[in-house]
Design a protein around this ligand. Sequence first.
Ligand code: ATP
Ligand code: MG
Length: 565
Amino acid sequence: MQLAVNAGTAAGEAVPERRDRSQDPERSLGRVIACDGSRATIASAVAGAGRLGPDSWTVGRMISINLGRTRIVGLVYEINAADRIWNEAADNVIHIDVELLGEVTEGEGGRSHFQSGISTYPPIGTIAHRIRAGDLALVHDLGDRKGVAIGTLSQDAAIPATICIDDMLARHFALLGTTGVGKSSAVSLLLRRAIVARPRLRVLILDPHNEYASAFPDRALSIDSEGLDLPFWMFRLEEFAEVVFRGRAAFEEEGDILREVVAAARERYRAGGQQNPMRELGSSLLKRPLDMSIGRRAESGGATDMPTPYRIKDVLAIIDELVGLHELRWPRAALRSLKVRIETLHDDPRYQFMFARANMMETMTPVLAQIFRIPHHGRPITVFQLGGLPSEVVDAVASVLARLAFDLAMSSQGTYEILLLCEEAHRYVPADRTLGFLPTRQAIARIAKEGRKYGAYLGVVTQRPGELDPTILSQCSTIFAMRLANDVDQQIIRAAISDASASTLKFLSSVGNREAIAFGQGVATTMRMRFAELAPHELPAMDVAVGVEGRREPGLEDMVRRMRG
Ligand SMILES: Nc1ncnc2c1ncn2[C@@H]1O[C@H](COP(=O)(O)OP(=O)(O)OP(=O)(O)O)[C@@H](O)[C@H]1O
Ligand SMILES: [Mg+2]
């Protein structure tokens, strides 16, 4: 093909080329040589010696096709030397394939704006060139929405990458990427921005690797297995049963017995003439009608669903009474087995977070106040270091926390907004429905589906998008896709994001660390960006020596205890 194209010799109609004074006068130009409804091919020429400069045509960059008052914005997804050969001594024609994204239009008074979609297609021969910085900023401009900078654009580090925190939260968000790309660091950055942008927001981080305490030394309360206080009576029956039976009971009757004795113990507590200790928020939670609590009310049976207090000593006494009955209602062996289980748990130091105050009636209020930071005293984030908990109870605890987050947000009637941030979310809401713990899945799904109305938000982080329940991902309307090498994972992003262009997704396998392609409600247009660099004291890290509340370096004894526990 004989097509000589460069700035100096460009032929064809004269399109006024407006430039900023600061712009490189050598900016390389091209001409549109093909166009269909969504893509165009541009021909340009490159000197034989080649050069990599700010103006070079490179994959991943945005370009402009200049139509005068409007400029079509395109994204370069492929470049070829036209003849597939290279001539060192002369200019070489190259073909640049671009995906057309939208148009920058100059409005009245010189104010320009960007709009997705193309209203006027470029005639063959139209001039194309690197996008000017002002237009690039316009492409990602949030307009009337409040933007918060979280980094810079990959293409131009001088332009801030801004997101709308309000939309990102309200419609849930996800951070996906292979291991080590910077997901947890990005989460720390997003959360720091979020709590500043929304002062009423509380954040609960389910932290399976105990890494977030170090990221928020000043803004979070970090609760490890020793500091956690989640009384057993705040567990719903299925949650409690998960802890008691660890997935399997020796006798099939044990589950039914547990249901009965817990209901009876609650009744005994209520009838004991005790003053109802529920106050304030706690009481409004408890007054909610039963059918507003998640899950299978009918199956889990009436009053046991309510997080009202009861005593373990009543539970044990009721089992003894059942054992002593003349006409046995349950096999004695099953009753004894259940009693031993409960006693063992009760005495196990690893379960102190549930039973430390087992026979002392605590109100729900201080427990909720601690977990949900009410008042927050400058620390609106709670980091739950689940790494220190026995693995079989992590699911139950996650379920209780997710359920409380929703219930509290709802009962606060808009006073508190709560974000539940799930690291390793595929553990709690796996794609395979036979895995995971049903009440946790239900509690998280409930936030994803209905949380927005009540100010309960979800953030999910995973390195295995393929193993995450796709219905949860589809509820996340802002997605930060970091590097994803695997084809299956890329397909999942494609399925989750309706407007994700195929060519943008191609970049997922090659974006750098700290880089992300941000899609969806929280951004103006799909944005390839680099998260801002965090200071060392803001980075998540495992096993901090000194963290929140003056945690000290663990001694060998502590470590042995942890290994045992
Ligand atoms: N925004 C950032 N600022 C400074 N350093 C960063 C940033 N993002 C990532 N890093 C560096 O990269 C390392 C890995 O990041 P991070 O732990 O966030 O990755 P990850 O994707 O969460 O990994 P994993 O899958 O193992 O959880 C960090 O320890 C830090 O050194
Ligand atoms: Mg991580």
